[in-house]
Design a binder for this molecule. Sequence first.
Ligand code: PMP
Length: 334
Amino acid sequence: MLSAGTVGVTPTVDLLVHLPGTTVPIRLKLESFNPTGSTKDRTAAALLSAMEEKEPLRPGDVVVESTSGNLGLALCRLLALRGCRFVAVVDLNTPLDIRRSLAAAGAELVVVNEPDGHGGYLLNRLRTVGELCARHPGYRWGNQYENPANPAAHFQQTGPELLHQTPDLDTVYVPVSTGGTLAGISRYLRAASPGVRIVAVDAEGSLVTGDRSGKRLLSGIGASRRSSFLTPGTYDEAMRISDADSFALCRLLRVDTGLLVGGSSGSALHACLRDLRGPLPPRRPVCLCPDGGQRYLGTFYDDSWLEHHHILDAVQARMDGLRADGILFERGDT
Ligand code: PMP
């Protein structure tokens, strides 16, 4: 079989954040350095290994998964190496660039366009997966939402990498959707470095950590229901970040440093910034950045897209507000 490439051991980059009267460091862990550009390369490999433990995948077999896009890109690559087909159940919030990448990689796309009444599409994506599996009994579904292989990948890889790269880590910010990344990191850190504060970074209007649903534009982060992996104690605090705050942070970071991160990374940075301006600022914060910004150039990095979604003024106001507060990012490692 062809090589599956190098997954994990992703690099970090150091930022300096200038706040009024002080300058503080933030470290970013860039999961965009994985083979298909996101942390989901780790999850995909684990889901397929678990599937193959039950019954090996053979050329021509079909795998189906509900995905906001990143897991789909990762699964598609690994399944192509095995000669298998992949059906990606995505939704209207999945950026067009990701849908095009999926199609270019050979995925068969099913786009769910009916909102689920909880601010997103997840419940209808899952219903669609169920219908497809009922219609095609041979389809195999890894079920990233409940499969213990999902958090296990991050217990084995992402957690240890975080601590190895930053032994004096005191607070980690992890975006959540299935909760698998956070649950795995947390299980590792709670045992290996119990003093580390773990912050779940969620989307405003998401039910992963919140109890009031609302419409969300950003894909990847948040969900229309609770996570099956997150239990009390998995994290110390949850912060729910609005689309506008997340987009403003991403765009400011781009302007100041040239770094192009994905929206959930912007949410993590926003959460970290909130803490840095609070009464007990972290000394050694690390933000997990699940993907890069290239795939969002046609969405929140684009003024006309923001305008179309009636959020351009809000994003601009947030950026102006951060500037008026004296916030400036700088690369700390150059
Ligand atoms: N950010 C992005 C960009 C993602 O694609 C995902 C996974 N959908 C997450 C955060 C959340 O990861 P998890 O599903 O492991 O909670």
